[in-house]
Design a protein around this ligand. Structure first.
Ligand code: PLP
Length: 426
């Protein structure tokens, strides 16, 4: 690709006519993002820490990407720290909370032992697994609050009931990647803020509040002031950006603690050192700009197409055969996610997808795709019966998905089910 070539034009149609409905797993780069990455690679290759013009150009691009991210979240540029992705951002919050707990115990006669962290039973593995590891090593106590089968949400009262004197972090995702259910993060932050005032008086450690917003950005409003959180995780490849991420921290190092996991050359104010990945950061900034300009239009479009998908599924299979696994009365859900089961024996989600010729989708989180036919633990914890959960399919539509795509995808599903039933017939 020569300088000035449109990277978007060079993108081949790798889908070869298939219909991709797996936008919660990942999204392709927006053409504007690919262009920004390419431009930065060609024109801002200098080391951002160098004081000559090649360095300054790269530094400038990083600064403007930081501004775009801050604007997207209603925060300040100095509250953004770039990371390799969501996994790192989530691990950094957990690491920080443990350090914060131990710092808060310094000089206290009666130590409260190890930190306690509260989270939900449906978090992404990049929260669940580091917490389980800390628990196994005896370095932290963890409470996984089950989601309510009535709402699919971790209820605020249940989360608050799990809090102990040694609690130092509550982490609750903003929207679940499998069901799309939106969690009551703003209410939780408010209640914890009030609780923290009482805890200060009792010399108990402040409870930090984190939300993993990986699935919500670009699909709905995300405003850190409304959410009232101390930390928020950003994952570029979920909103047509590159495979890097960022962490929002409310005034890192002053209002809110932030402890680095890496030590090195001082970049990102030493919170996350290492020579900055300028092209990817520039791309992330461009992806944020697209969200800033268009998120309402994206949301309205995806909601329309998703609702059409659900209506088409019911019309094609019959209402009695389709069970929607994320329709919880009173709970809001992501505009793009449809988690459903086609009822009947031998129609496990994985088998149905394997018989599809056009549709590309998943049965749940992409990082669990190796785990065989076991029903999703997320659906089970939402109270979906195992025989329904094992037939689950997660279809997640994107900015460019059309009603015609939906028609083709559902037709494909109908044929796949007919084939499976024919094969099973005695
Ligand atoms: C809710 C949620 N959090 C965090 C992540 C982790 O992102 P990454 O694998 O890019 O680090 C994902 C990605 O699947 C996710 O869906």
């Amino acid at each position: 690709m020569g300088a000035g070539t449109e990277p978007a034009e060079a993108q081949c149609d790798s889908l070869q006519g298939r219909i991709y409905l797996d936008y919660n797993a990942t999204t392709p780069l927006a053409p504007e993002v690919a262009q920004a990455v390419w431009d930065a690679m060609c024109q801002a290759w200098g080391n951002p820490s160098s004081s000559h013009p090649a360095g300054s150009k790269a530094k400038e691009l990083i600064g403007s990407a930081r501004e775009s991210l801050a604007k997207m979240l209603g925060g300040r540029p100095e509250d953004i720290v770039f990371t390799s992705g969501g996994t790192e951002a989530n691990n950094m919050v957990i690491h920080t909370a443990c350090r914060h707990f131990h710092n808060s115990q310094r000089g206290m006669g009666d130590s409260r032992g190890i930190p306690h962290i509260v989270t939900s039973s449906v978090e992404h593995d990049s929260i669940r697994l580091p917490l389980e590891q800390l628990g196994r090593e005896g370095l932290a106590e963890v409470t996984f609050v089950p989601v309510s089968p009535r709402s699919g949400q971790a209820e605020v009262d249940d989360v608050l009931a799990a809090i102990q004197p040694n609690t130092c972090l509550v982490s609750l995702m903003l929207a679940n990647n499998e069901t799309g259910v939106i969690m009551p993060v703003a209410e939780l932050s408010q209640r914890i803020c009030a609780l923290n005032r009482r805890r200060t008086a009792e010399a108990l450690p402040r409870i930090l509040v984190h939300t993993d917003a990986a699935q919500m950005i670009g699909k709905g409003r995300v405003d850190v002031q409304e959410l009232g959180v101390d930390y928020l995780t950003i994952v570029g490849h979920k909103f047509h950006g590159p495979r890097i991420g960022a962490l929002y921290i409310r005034s890192p190092g002053t209002t809110t603690p932030l402890h680095p996991m890496l030590f090195g050359g001082g970049q990102e104010r030493s919170f996350r050192p290492g020579t900055e990945n300028t092209p990817m950061i520039a791309g992330l900034g461009q992806a944020a700009e697209l969200v800033n300009k268009n998120w309402e239009a994206y949301e309205a479009h995806m909601r329309d197409v998703r609702d059409y998908l659900e209506a088409t599924l019911e019309a094609s299979f019959g209402k009695q055969r389709i069970c929607f696994n994320s329709h919880f009365k009173g709970s809001k859900r992501l505009c793009n996610t449809c988690n459903f089961s086609i009822l009947g024996s031998g129609l496990q989600g994985r088998r149905v997808l394997a018989h599809c010729k056009v549709l590309l989708a998943s049965v749940g989180a992409a990082c669990h795709s190796e785990k065989g036919d076991r029903p999703s633990p997320v659906l089970l914890s939402c109270g979906i019966p195992p025989e329904v959960a094992q037939n689950a399919l997660r279809l997640s539509v994107g900015r460019g998905t059309t009603r015609a795509d939906v028609d083709r995808a559902v037709q494909d599903l109908v044929q796949a089910v007919q084939e499976l039933e024919r094969d099973q017939a005695p």
